[in-house]
Design a protein around this ligand. Structure first.
Ligand code: ZN
Length: 250
């Protein structure tokens, strides 16, 4: 079986040969791929207006024996017009696609990543606290990648630890009250406010609808930014160019 039906969000394209296009698309089945769309540069092509950045499409894909992808058919599912018509939302949309592109590899079983990207774009498109939505996306995406720990075990005694009994926490570790007295020096992480852990935990456990009901202060936004920045540095993740544009917009 070399033909696949997948869902994909287009992140970009470039010309290939005289008439074709190479489409970058993040799919629910293969994760990120580059796929050829034959004759997509011709104005009469059925791909015109469909295989554009930010669009979510149903794609029929052929995978060659050498592993090359070709898009044979495309059905438009969502175009996110609000995002495309608002430069602030657009910069957030592109940052989301850039994160998906830079932090993942082509591999099977990417459905949960795709679903998160799709849900996030739908939420950004509503233009309610879009920057907060973007930060939530980053936290959830990093958590899926295993770059945010689940904060369930004390780093010193390794016992399961109730979130309300955590004495101290950093980007990698948490420590219980008992251990804290004698093991403070073991804590080399940057330390955050205790309440922020509950906040981040809430973000991870709940969908956008619930998260957007939180009243969030400027200070909390800043702490989330610092938290994400620390994780980015710690894991030496690539910088997200579209993010610079967001900063100018919000
Ligand atoms: Zn302990």
């Amino acid at each position: 079986m070399r033909y696949f039906k997948v869902l994909g969000v287009v992140s970009g394209y470039k010309p290939k040969n005289e008439y074709d296009r190479l489409i970058n698309v993040f799919t629910d089945y293969f994760g990120k791929i580059s796929a050829t769309a034959k004759y997509a540069q011709k104005p009469t092509s059925p791909f015109v207006g469909r295989l554009n950045p930010m669009n979510v499409c149903g794609l029929n894909i052929y995978k060659s024996a050498k592993g090359k992808f070709t898009i044979t058919q495309c059905v438009l599912i969502e175009t996110f017009e609000n995002i495309k018509n608002n430069i602030a939302l657009l910069s957030i949309g592109f940052a989301i696609l850039e994160i998906a592109e830079k932090l993942t590899y082509q591999r099977l079983g990417m459905k949960k990543y795709f679903n998160l990207i799709y849900k996030t774009l739908k939420t950004v498109n509503k233009n309610v606290k879009p920057y907060f939505v973007y930060l939530i996306f980053k936290i959830k995406f990093l958590y899926m990648l295993g770059l945010i720990p689940s904060f369930k075990h004390c780093v010193a005694c390794n016992k399961a630890i109730d979130i309300n009994k955590i004495q101290i926490w950093g980007i990698e570790n948490v420590m219980c009250q008992e251990c804290f007295k004698n093991n403070q020096d073991r804590f080399k992480d940057k330390i955050f406010e205790k309440n922020m852990l509950r906040f981040i935990n809430f973000i991870l456990r709940n969908n956008y609808e619930k998260n957007l009901k939180i009243k969030i202060s400027k200070k909390e936004i800043e702490i989330l930014e610092v938290f994400l920045h620390e994780i980015w540095e710690k894991h030496d993740l690539p910088s997200i160019n579209s993010e610079k544009l967001i900063k100018q917009m919000i």
